[in-house]
Design a binder for this molecule. Structure first.
Ligand code: F6R
Ligand code: MG
Ligand code: MG
Length: 386
């Protein structure tokens, strides 16, 4: 017997794909003509009916493509569009002899999925609610586990998210998909019941990272992080992962303000300078995301849009015009000067240790190291201790 029920609503997918394909003056900022070229290609993707809407932005030396569509995650056409945008931007970078031109494009050509080809991706699919506030966090000079501390606070700490106590849907808790990025394993754990076990894993930022967060009140996937490890994919040091994190907010989920709250506290993240140092997260506008002090400190930006029938509704223009909407820029304002000042203070402090731990990462995490060479040179001079 055929069961006739409510028709399933079509799921919208928000895909953020990012890559560093070259920048002006070292690892600082992509040339505006590269951004323009990405914009042209994604606009064409809307015309072809692949995308509903898009937004092109950057953090430091990384170009970030926000794309909305109804084609689901891992869609060939969507990934190919992103690949083509980065490919053409890299071509411009090469012509200008920009630094690191084509750096994150590890494959010679597109072969069906952007995963494993270099760029990082975070994709989230869900039934669009009547009103759907979305926030896009973008980081530079750091790695996916940099989001573990703020997301733990947001989804597990009632002293950060009061909604975990006083909002009946948020109070049902959240499930975490946690990845062991080294061994390529994953598991799902539930908060609040397993909070301390979750933290026992996530505290090891060298190995574990949050990939997805799910509502236990039936709202679906709430957050997704790009956990691609560029250097594992390449098998050598290429550049930092510089991850993105896309989240849905409000109405049974953390509010916009609760998502922002942890970033007022200064936190150290790994990946600064040669992917080998700790530095403090510096919250800022994409406009202020040029790494200007010791190639950093690691930047974190946050942009906000509403979804409107699969399109990105920002501040202007009033009507939905694909590619034309301007987001809210959360970390642009002077109230974040306090966090920025503390980030510089903390970064200066840790810098004062120079090439000593804990300024540099542990030996297994250093992305640049001369130690094997030094040890080889010393081979004949090494003696046993008494
Ligand atoms: C790149 C980055 C930089 C570089 C550093 C050395 O995103 O984080 O700190 O790692 O400038 O770069 P190379 O080896 O290219 O001279
Ligand atoms: Mg770079
Ligand atoms: Mg970068």
């Amino acid at each position: 017997m055929e069961i006739v029920g409510e028709p399933m609503a079509e799921k919208v997918t928000v895909s953020v794909i990012k890559a560093d394909v070259g920048s002006v003056c070292g690892h600082t900022r992509p040339h505006p003509s590269m951004i323009k070229e990405c914009d042209r290609i994604l606009k064409d993707g809307v015309k072809q009916g692949i995308l509903q809407d898009y937004y092109v932005t950057r953090v430091g030396d990384d170009i970030n493509l926000f794309m909305t569509h109804y084609k689901g995650e891992d869609n060939r056409d969507v990934h190919e569009l992103a690949w083509n945008a980065f490919y053409e931007a890299a071509r411009i970078a090469r012509k200008m002899h920009l630094y690191g031109a084509g750096q994150d494009l590890l494959a010679d050509s597109f072969s069906g999925n952007i995963k494993g080809a270099g760029p990082g991706s975070a994709e989230i699919s869900f039934e669009e609610r009547k009103s759907e506030p979305m926030m896009f966090f973008m980081a530079d000079k750091t790695e996916p586990s940099a989001y573990s501390l703020p997301l733990s606070r947001i989804f597990m700490d009632p002293f950060t998210t009061t909604g975990l106590v006083i909002d009946v849907r948020a109070k049902k808790g959240f499930d975490f998909e946690i990845h062991d990025v080294m061994n390529r394993k994953k598991t799902v754990m539930s908060a609040p019941e397993e909070s301390w076990n979750i933290l026992s894993l996530l505290g090891d930022t060298s190995r574990y990272a949050i990939k997805r967060v799910f509502s236990r009140a039936g709202i679906g996937t709430v957050a997704v992080v790009s956990t691609d490890k560029l250097n594992f994919t390449a098998g050598r040091y290429v550049g930092k992962d510089d991850p993105v994190c896309v989240v849905r907010a409000q109405s049974g989920l953390p509010s916009v303000g609760e998502y922002l709250q942890p970033f007022m506290n200064t936190m150290l993240v790994a990946g600064w300078m040669r992917g080998s140092h700790y530095g403090a997260f510096f919250p800022c506008s994409p406009e202020r995301s040029d790494p200007t002090y010791f190639d950093g400190p690691p930047r974190i930006c946050c942009l906000g849009f509403q979804l409107c029938d699969g399109k990105l509704q920002g501040l202007e223009p009033a009507d939905p015009t694909p590619g034309m909407h301007k987001p809210i820029d959360y970390f642009a304002g002077s109230e974040w000067n306090f966090a920025r000042m503390n980030a510089i203070k903390a970064s200066r402090f840790i810098r004062s240790h120079g090439p000593f731990m804990p300024a540099i990462l542990g030996p297994e995490e250093m992305e640049y190291t001369s130690k094997p060479e030094v040890l080889k040179e010393l081979e004949k001079r090494l003696e046993d201790l008494d």
